[in-house]
Design a protein around this ligand. Sequence first.
Ligand code: DX5
Ligand code: ZN
Length: 224
Amino acid sequence: MLKVKVAPSILSADFAAMGEAIKEIERAGADLVHCDVMDGSFVQPITFGGQMVKNIRKHTSLPLDVHLMIEHPQTQIKFFAEAGADIITVHYEACAKISDSYLRETLQLIKSYGVKCGAVINPDTPAERIYNVLDICDMVLVMSVFPGYGGQKFIPSALGEVKKIRQYAADNAIDGLDIEIDGGVTCSNAEEVRAAGANVLVAGSAVFGAQDKAAAIAAIRGGK
Ligand code: DX5
Ligand code: ZN
């Protein structure tokens, strides 16, 4: 059984008080820090780049999970790897519009820096599209909202994609694959999400909007 991990998304934190926000989620029991990078093109908003990740790195020893919602991700991998990212995930959709081999090359580039890598699919991308790169992925990220904004409603069909990937990994002896889910995860739907086979749960508003962040993280993680 893979360990269940909770990755609060700092998209819901106060960007002008990021150091304290990071320390707060670390004290509250977060397993990873989920950093949402948006470029104003792949998705409409712009958040931050490698400099922010470098600064966050100084505030925590938790692994930094960098979710790149950007076009042409190969041009940016170096900056995030050198900033101290522990895992970098890139969107299938951004890579597929460049070439058939771009996703695999990008994942290999991430690994060449000694950083873990993952492929991301949007809610309307069938899981089958990334089966051919699962052999080199440390993690797969299934979006359960369309990327761009925190606080959106969970799209239940994402659970079907999670189940398909978990089954494919089992059938093809791909061991230890982390499956992350991102968007609209709450204390109420986390159990269903875990039951589908996701073991890394991103939560932005459900953690940062909670009075008791430790209780929210514990509820999302489940177990004893
Ligand atoms: C959406 C981001 C998510 C987002 C999740 O584009 O990738 O990580 O911050 O926020 P919640 O948990 O509020 O849906
Ligand atoms: Zn994200």
